[in-house]
Design a protein. Structure first.
Length: 409
């Protein structure tokens, strides 16, 4: 059979499998305790998350400190798991009273937490009187061990999946460790912890809605839509976007709804070409309904900005105003441009390990060098494995491997 015709049949078979998974998924009511517990269990399955994965923060150290007028910017280095080194930038307003603390979750900006969009959010929040900590995720920013390749230690990670984990699950575990660590810092008010994030940071904040009860306010952007839409895209996804069995639920709106009745902002750029507007609007409508049924409709906000995918000045204005109102009880005037940044790089120790090595050390599973995602989740058609020679397109095997992982039961 011609490879084009065979590829057409293979894609059609996957489309049918996704449709069957959706048809079998019952409607949940996230305002009910029983359904909330079921959704939470689904989140943990999707991430392959276990509480035992959450590390303890150790060896925190100040790398450098800069006084920027009304606030101080401090670059930190710390350990999560053994030989896993984290980097974060803390924006701390001057003054002795405990401050609200916002965890700024980064997406795939080329410079990690030093990307101007994230640095602008950290500075803006500090100028408004809130502390903000901007975090480099595994394999990003100063934590990218392969600067000659675009996020090879993040985008192309395979070992976590071969070891029975997920990259996003490891990122969530690290973030939870930092949140819990900061609860013990007297500079911050533990009753006023929040998080915001865009794109990949939107993914992370969605999961924090379910797994971080320490947070009292949440803002998630550049991601709220539908997993069923995102994970059926015919593209090679970043490893942090791959979720086990996501085709069987829970869906995004169910996960975000677990944050009720606490204040939640979902936002999206009208010109964001990565997410279909219809799926964004459906997500917002469903979460609003769940908040209303939980008696907390006033705690939910949904905004569409005149922006694209990455944060622009309007996004920073909308999100920082939401956080200011909910954490400080006062509105924040909009900004029309990013403030200048004042961050610096944090060097990593020579013995720091990447996500690939970490997953193998955590599980004791050896993953041979060169293992591809399609080796871990072999693409199938009618119960038979597919080969690259049968298919058209350089990335088709990778795409089908992503589908297999998404369809796992």
């Amino acid at each position: 059979m011609d490879t084009r015709e065979f590829t057409l049949e293979a894609f059609d078979a996957y489309e049918r499998r996704f449709a069957e998974a959706r048809a079998a998924r019952p409607l949940t009511k996230p305002w009910l305790a029983e359904d909330r517990a079921e959704i939470l269990a689904g989140v943990k399955r999707m991430l392959r998350f276990d509480e035992a994965l959450v590390p303890q923060i150790s060896q925190p150290e100040t790398v450098c400190e800069t006084d920027c007028g009304g606030f101080t910017v401090t670059e930190y280095r710390y350990c999560t798991w053994e030989h896993v080194c984290g980097a974060a930038t803390l924006y701390l307003p001057h003054g002795g009273e405990p401050k609200p603390l916002v965890f700024v979750c980064c997406g795939h900006g080329a410079q990690g937490r030093q990307t101007p969009t994230y640095a602008a959010m950290g500075r803006r929040l500090a100028e408004l009187g809130m502390a903000a900590i901007v975090i480099d995720n595994l394999g990003q920013g100063d934590r990218n061990p392969y600067p000659e390749f675009k996020n090879r230690g993040h985008w192309l990670a395979v070992a976590p999946f071969a070891c029975g984990l997920t990259l996003q699950g490891l990122i969530v575990a690290e973030t939870l460790a930092l949140i819990r660590h900061m609860k013990n810092d007297p500079r911050f008010d533990p009753d006023r912890f929040a998080a915001c994030g865009n794109s990949g940071g939107g993914t992370l904040t969605m999961f924090l809605a379910a797994l971080a009860p320490e947070l009292s306010v949440l803002a998630s952007s550049g991601y709220p839509s539908e997993l069923s839409y995102v994970l059926q895209k015919e593209k090679a996804h970043c490893a942090c976007n791959l979720l086990c069995g996501a085709a069987h639920g829970p869906e995004m709106w169910e996960i975000y709804s677990l944050f009720a009745p606490k204040p939640l902002l979902l936002s999206a750029g009208k010109s964001d070409k990565l997410f279909a507007p219809e799926s964004v609007l459906r997500c917002g409508r469903k979460v609003r309904t769940c908040y209303a049924m939980a008696g907390a409709e006033d705690s939910f906000e949904f905004k569409r900005t005149d922006t694209g995918h990455s944060w622009e000045a309007e996004d920073v204005s909308v999100i920082s105003d939401f956080l200011s109102r909910r954490l400080l009880g006062k509105e924040a005037a909009p900004i029309d441009a990013f403030p200048s940044q004042c961050t610096q790089s944090v060097p990593m120790p020579s013995d720091a390990i990447d996500a690939e090595t970490l997953a193998q050390r955590l599980t004791g599973v050896h993953v041979p060098e060169g293992t591809a995602l399609e080796d871990v989740f072999p693409p199938m058609l009618a119960g038979k494995p597919l080969t690259a020679a049968q298919l058209e397109g350089e990335k088709t095997m990778r795409i089908f491997a992503q589908y297999e992982f998404t369809l796992q039961e």
